[in-house]
Design a protein around this ligand. Structure first.
Ligand SMILES: Cc1ncc(COP(=O)(O)O)c(C=O)c1O
Length: 404
């Protein structure tokens, strides 16, 4: 008789965005005349840049000819893309990362969920609160998080690092020592960023206590301030304590195309065992590589034309972020984020809970956002809006919210 992995049964409720989807669908069905504006899920809306489309077309043509056809991709990624990333994302910033320390994948969500597999079950994880839910839920599925307390909405074996207005939406070093620390900056959901000096403190701490940092840099392209690091490897000592997750979703609009990477320096070891070798083994066994066509599209992100076009695309979304930030502020809301990230984090008015505000906004303004409490208990009383809509929809949504 088969038995299910009952760790899955411990997961509370459904995935945040499924709940939102169901609520929006029900509202839409009951109110077919209303036009809903979606600033909830962090999905991009602008088309792929011309340089990327051109590269995609070229790669498709190659697949039509026996001499240039490509079958299985190397499971760790094509050299041309690994090198483009090592050169542009790291060497150009003075960071010592080699092409063979970059593992190409089909996105940061899978990697952020799968990476925990190479660690023993008795590692203790520390996460920011609020947090991108994938880090916690995948550790729940693995059986690493202990018992769930429905009242506090926390797991007994997880260290939570509150990121509140008092801490400037950044975590403080935890009192209890973790083994694995998940950090994401610029942050989803709060839109906050930390300076290089602040990140250096985490690197020093991890090296001191023997912890590993899993650093999610999915929103790196949105950094606008000088002293905010674009990669954790800008910090001294990060090669011995940090894994970095990269995504092509938000810097290049690949949410539906799918491409990402995980960087594991060879200096990151437990005794003689490198995490690099374990991840290579995992990738080789369980993954057959991101498609050739898509990796060629990823390469175009680093071409001169690609860089210029994507700079404009990021600027387009950041103009939306400014529109949301300033619009809400002028309407009396307490807002943060939106300067180094495409997310605006606002305090719900009149002491409404996050879900109360979600319903209010959906019903009264027909605008969809994301309840902060869905990202963790410290998100209660907060709400996330994304800058990934079209400019027209963003302006319309803010006008509607201002008119409430
Ligand atoms: C923090 C964070 N990491 C990873 C991802 C997923 O990225 P990808 O589309 O590359 O899977 C997201 C997507 O919203 C995210 O917010």
């Amino acid at each position: 008789m088969f038995k299910v992995n009952d760790n899955y049964l411990k997961l509370p409720g459904s995935y945040l965005f499924s709940t939102i989807g169901k609520k929006v669908a029900a509202f839409s069905e009951a109110n077919p005349d209303k036009t809903i504006i979606r600033l909830g899920i962090g999905d991009v809306t602008q088309p792929l840049a011309p340089a990327i489309i051109e590269s995609l077309h070229g790669a498709v043509e190659e697949m039509a000819v026996a001499e240039t056809f490509h079958g299985y991709a190397p499971d760790l990624g094509y050299e041309f893309l690994r090198k483009a990333m090592a050169d542009n994302d790291y060497k150009a910033r003075g960071c010592d990362i080699a092409a063979d320390e970059v593992f190409i994948s089909d996105g940061a969500k899978c990697d952020s969920g799968n990476i925990q597999e190479i660690f023993s079950l008795d590692n203790k994880i520390a996460v920011c609160d609020p947090v991108y839910p994938v880090y916690v839920d995948t550790n729940v599925m693995a059986g690493r998080t202990g018992i769930y307390d429905a009242v506090s909405e926390t797991w007994s074996d997880v260290i939570y690092m509150p990121c509140t207005a008092e801490t400037n939406f950044a975590p403080e070093l935890p009192e209890e020592t973790p083994d694995i620390i998940y950090l994401c900056f610029p942050n989803n959901p709060t839109g906050s960023a930390i300076t290089k000096d602040e990140l250096q403190k985490w690197v020093d701490y991890a090296n001191k206590v023997g912890a590993v940092i899993i650093y999610d840099a999915a929103y790196e392209a949105y950094i606008s301030e000088e002293n905010v690091p674009h990669t954790i490897y800008e910090c001294e000592g990060a090669r011995t304590c940090a894994i970095e997750l990269r995504s092509f979703s938000k810097n290049a609009g690949f949410t539906g195309v799918r491409l990402g990477a995980t960087v594991i320096p060879k200096d990151l070891k437990q005794g003689d065992v490198t995490l690099h070798s374990l991840w290579a083994r995992r990738h080789g066994t369980k993954y057959n590589g991101a498609p050739y066509i898509i990796q060629r599209a990823g390469e175009a992100v680093y071409s001169e034309a690609g860089k210029a076009q994507l700079k404009d695309q990021v600027a387009y979304y950041m103009n939306n972020a400014k529109t949301i930030y300033e619009g809400l502020k002028s309407a009396g809301y307490t807002v943060s984020g939106g300067v180094n990230a495409p997310y605006i984090w606002l305090k719900t008015p009149d002491k409404m809970t996050s879900w109360e505000f979600f319903d209010y906004l959906l019903e009264q303004a027909n605008v969809v956002g994301t309840p902060g409490s869905g990202f963790g208990p410290s998100g209660e009383g907060y709400f996330r809006l994304t800058a990934f809509g079209s400019y027209e929809n963003t302006v319309a949504a803010i006008d509607r919210i201002k008119a409430l």
